[in-house]
Each structure stands twice: as structure tokens, then as C-alpha cells.
Design a protein. Structure first.
Length: 332
């Protein structure tokens, strides 16, 4: 089948399934009701990310273009995180059970993919498999939850996924990893079908079933690329907006002795959305991604010796923006 036609079919199937899930959520009263922590005003069905999960995992399983261990890492961890997310969307389960499941999923990924043999930067040298495994598991869990934190306004998490997936697919293709590149494009196409109904004003929300899944899938494929000798800095740059906003917000809430683990609406993007609206905020993030982060990611890829410095150049202005728009400060 022609590749373009295949991805068009994926987008259509994802859109169709998202619409069916939207109707099911309305019927079963799986609704996100506005409250003091919300960035939206209208009751909206949630759980639409289930369409991405189904289309993407079936696509990975049917295509069989990936090595067995990578397929097992993606399908097993993705299925586990999606299940706990869907359960949470329906029943609001305890955070400790969600987190435990997230760690199990991350451990599953490391079990099937292994760890990097060594890491060194600025005189810091790590050659312990156990230490590296702990770092990777922690980063995967953080990225998984990061997407959940940043999924607070219409279209932002889905459009971020499409950008990172397409950008990552380019770098993977350049590195000769065509199968992984196609897998990221499959994730982008699965997400694009959902985004049609999630664009502002959103007719359905991603839900925990989708947000955590997307973060973990991007992290798993990025980690596979790093194991093949690719640059870690490329991914820090591509994910720059989400990494900075969530990290600055978390650190500031901890510094202010707030209950950082509780739900809130104090991310910079949420403050901006209250001033500019959802659509304008999401479009602004897309512009930052395309015209600031992507060029610097390309520099980082072409000149590996500049990778770390390219990352700093990419992220420092975003840190200032996050601070300017009061990331981590709750409006009274």
C-alpha cells in the first residue's frame, strides 16, 4: 500500500473512532466538568485518547516492521498505561496506583530495551547498568506525567505530539532507522485524527488514557534512538516547551511549599490561555516549535559537539517566558 494512502487511512480511522468514543462518553457520562482548576468553561466528554491508543497499537502489531523487543516494549507498556488511564477517566482512582502502574510500565520498557552502556558529560561518568536503568525509568515516568500535566487546554498535547513525532521521525530517518521513523509517523497520524475533534473549541478531551500514553510512547521511541547512538539533546529540544513549563511549575510550587502533587492550573500555558484563549495559545506553541526549537534541534543533530549548547540556547528563552507568565504561581 502507498505510504501516503496508509497514513490518510490511519487519520480517518482515528477520527472516526474518536467520534464514536465521544458519543459513548456522552452516553456513559464520562464528562470533564469545569471546576476551579479547569481551563475550560463547558462540560466536555473525555477519554478521546483511547482512539489514538487503539489505532496506534494495532498499527504497530499488524505492520510487524519493528524488532520483537521494541514491539514488546511499545505494546506492553502502552497497553498498561492506557488501561490505568482509561480506568482513571471513568472512576478517578488514587494517584498512588496510577504512579505504581507508570513505574511498572517504565520498568517493562527498560527490561525489553536494555540500558545505555555508559554516559559521560562534563567529567561526570556513569557506567553502571543499575544507575542508568534508574535514570531511564525516572525520565520515562516523568515524561509520561509531564504530558498529563500539560494536557490542560484544547489541542496543545495533541499538536505537541504531532510536532515531536514528525520531528523525531526526520532525525530517525536521517540516522537510517526507517522502521522507527515510520512508527513515529504512525503515532502522528493516529493523533491527527483525534486532533480534528480536540481543536478549539474541543468536542472531546484526550483524558488520562491518551495523555500518559503519548508521553510514554514518545519517550520509549526516543530512548530506542538514543540506544542506537542518537543524540539525547535533540529530544530535550523538541520537547522544550513541555519540559520547561512543567519543570519550572513543579520546582516553583515545591519552593513555595505548596502541595505540588495536587491538581492545579498554574502552568504558564494555562495563565496564557486565560489571557489569550486556547486557540491562540496552542498556535503560539506550534510557532515556537516550528521556528525556534526545530531549527536548533537540526543544528544539534548535524553538529553533535554543539548538542548541549544548542539545548541551552533553545530552552533558556522558554524558561524566561515561563517565569514571565507566572508558571507555578496560583491565581487567587
Amino acid at each position: 500500500m502507498n505510504s501516503l494512502l496508509f497514513f490518510v487511512i490511519v487519520i480517518f480511522l482515528s477520527f472516526l473512532l474518536t467520534e464514536l468514543i465521544r458519543r459513548y462518553s456522552l452516553k456513559m457520562n464520562i464528562i470533564d466538568m469545569p471546576n476551579e482548576r479547569s481551563s475550560h468553561l463547558n462540560a466536555t466528554p473525555r477519554g478521546g485518547g483511547l482512539s489514538i491508543v487503539i489505532v496506534f497499537l494495532i498499527g504497530v502489531g499488524v505492520n510487524s516492521i519493528l524488532p520483537f523487543n521494541i514491539s514488546m516494549a511499545i505494546i506492553g507498556a502502552g497497553f498498561l498505561v492506557a488501561c490505568i488511564g482509561f480506568w482513571d477517566d471513568k472512576n478517578d482512582i488514587s494517584a498512588k496506583w496510577r504512579l505504581l502502574t507508570h513505574f511498572i510500565a517504565a520498568i517493562w520498557v527498560v527490561y525489553w530495551l536494555g540500558t545505555t552502556p555508559e554516559f559521560h558529560m562534563f567529567g561526570i561518568y556513569i557506567a553502571s547498568d543499575w544507575v542508568m536503568a534508574f535514570i531511564v525509568i525516572f525520565m520515562l515516568v516523568w515524561l509520561l506525567n509531564l504530558f498529563n500535566f500539560m494536557d490542560g487546554i484544547d489541542g496543545i498535547a495533541a499538536s505537541e505530539t504531532i510536532f515531536v513525532a514528525c520531528g523525531g521521525a526526520y532525525f530517525l530517518y536521517e540516522a537510517g532507522l526507517e522502521n522507527l521513523s515510520s512508527t513515529l509517523l504512525l503515532l502522528a497520524a493516529s493523533t491527527m485524527g483525534f486532533l480534528i475533534l480536540n481543536w478549539s473549541p474541543a468536542k472531546i478531551f484526550l483524558g488520562d488514557v491518551g495523555s500518559g500514553f503519548l508521553g510514554l510512547m514518545l519517550g520509549t521511541i526516543a530512548y530506542t534512538y538514543i540506544l542506537e547512538g542518537g543524540s539525547v539533546w535533540v529530544w530535550f529540544i523538541l520537547l522544550g516547551v513541555f519540559l520547561v513549563d512543567s519543570s519550572v511549575t513543579l520546582l516553583r510550587r515545591i519552593y513555595n511549599k505548596e502541595r505540588w502533587y495536587e491538581a492545579h492550573c498554574s502552568h504558564a500555558y494555562q495563565h496564557i490561555a486565560r489571557k489569550w484563549g486556547h486557540k491562540r495559545t496552542t498556535i503560539s506553541v506550534i510557532f515556537i516549535n516550528l521556528f525556534w526549537l526545530l531549527p536548533l534541534a537540526i543544528v544539534s543533530q548535524k553538529y553533535p559537539e554543539l548538542g548541549f549548547w544548542s539545548m541551552l540556547l533553545a530552552l533558556i528563552p522558554i524558561i524566561f517566558v515561563a517565569l514571565k507568565f507566572n508558571a507555578g504561581i496560583t491565581n487567587n
